[in-house]
Design a protein around this ligand. Structure first.
Ligand code: ZN
Ligand code: ZN
Length: 82
């Protein structure tokens, strides 16, 4: 999930795609959100929301499982509000 409005440098880890392929416990390749850029493909962004780093979602640990909620800092836009 990337935003055309998001400015910054292309993430070198995922090459700007926002996802990386890793291996799960049984060695199968799985696609995961890039940890370096929170799945946005952009790093060092001057206008990304500081809370969700531009992804627009935040992970909430409920104790049972991890949920993704819309970021309340930017209302899910991923952009820093003024
Ligand atoms: Zn990345
Ligand atoms: Zn946010």
């Amino acid at each position: 999930m990337s935003h055309p409005e998001l400015k910054g440098d292309r993430c070198p880890k995922c090459n700007g795609s926002g996802c990386v392929v890793t291996k799960d416990g049984s060695g199968l390749p799985v696609s995961a959100s890039c940890a370096s850029c929170s799945g946005t493909g952009i790093v060092n962004s001057p206008n990304a929301c500081p809370k969700c780093k531009g992804s627009g979602t935040v992970e909430v640990d409920t104790g049972m499982f991890i949920m993704e909620n819309d970021c309340d800092e930017c209302n899910g836009t991923g952009l820093k509000s003024k």
